[in-house]
Design a protein around this ligand. Sequence first.
Ligand SMILES: [Zn+2]
Length: 261
Amino acid sequence: MIDTHCHLDFDSFAEDLEQVLERAQLAGVTSFVNPSVDLESCKNALSLYRRWPQVHVAIGIHPNSCQDFDDSSLERLRELACQPGIVAIGEIGLDYYRNRCPPETQRRALRSQLRLAAECALPVIIHNREAAEDLLPILAEHARSLSPAMRERPGVLHSFSASAEVAWQALKLGYFLGFTGPVTFRKAEELRGIARQVPPDRLLVETDAPFLAPTPRRGKRNEPAWLPYIVDRLAGLHAVSTEKMAQLTADNAGMLFNLPL
Ligand SMILES: [Zn+2]
């Protein structure tokens, strides 16, 4: 299994990352994508990759950390984008729920980073909270700017939590949808209804650790070893075995992020 979104560089793992990775391995989770949230986090994620090459890295500036986003941040990202271990630009996007940065600044940072992704032929990891209306046209514009090969794998709407309508539009643009702990929550019938209808070749699984621990670990610090709860739930929704769902989501992750087999 591949955990396509976990923040292993966060402080919450500073004390016991070695054990966290061991527990993941024992649970069958052997490969990871660690998205960054700011320039500091890009550096930290890259140093994890140098120690553990199964921790692949996405570089980018999160919509909640883009207050000071300017040309020099973009230059810094451009320098990093060519480093070994980089598989995507992310996480980037729009967050109108927490709204820590002015929406206009968020959109500017998003557009600049999407252009960088197109330039480097890298997929993007998209964070969206209550911003789909502004996000989708920007993603459509991005899709049009891509080469035919990249149009097959533009990126993922990570921790998908929007409406069915947003899901269909994103799928039409070629995006993958990433499912996290909430798909296991008791009251998440609507989200499960969407997950059930996503074509199997567009499904991704992710923990978003340390956040969003799945049932029955809800409320605890999340970690990649708990990815199987999500795989299991999606397997049930698609009426396939857990092994089959693990395999197909790993294949999808391999395709999207161009991971070594
Ligand atoms: Zn995240």
